[in-house]
Unconditional design. Structure first.
Length: 61
């Protein structure tokens, strides 16, 4: 998994949604990820930075 270090609630939210790596996150819209129970602004900032480093972005609707 190339997911960055996240707080436990955010990591659980992604795991519950079936997300195992950043490419899974990139298949979701930013709104979908934000809507997951446990995802907050700090986790989103960390995810966005990790995605940018790999030249990934959130899906567009």
């Amino acid at each position: 998994s190339d997911l960055p270090k996240l707080a436990a609630p955010a990591r659980r939210a992604l795991t519950t949604a079936g997300v195992t790596d950043l490419s899974d996150v990139a298949r979701m819209t930013e709104a979908d990820v934000m809507a997951l129970h446990g995802m907050g602004p700090n986790a989103m900032t960390t995810l966005k930075a990790a995605m940018q480093a790999k030249r990934l972005s959130f899906a567009k609707r």
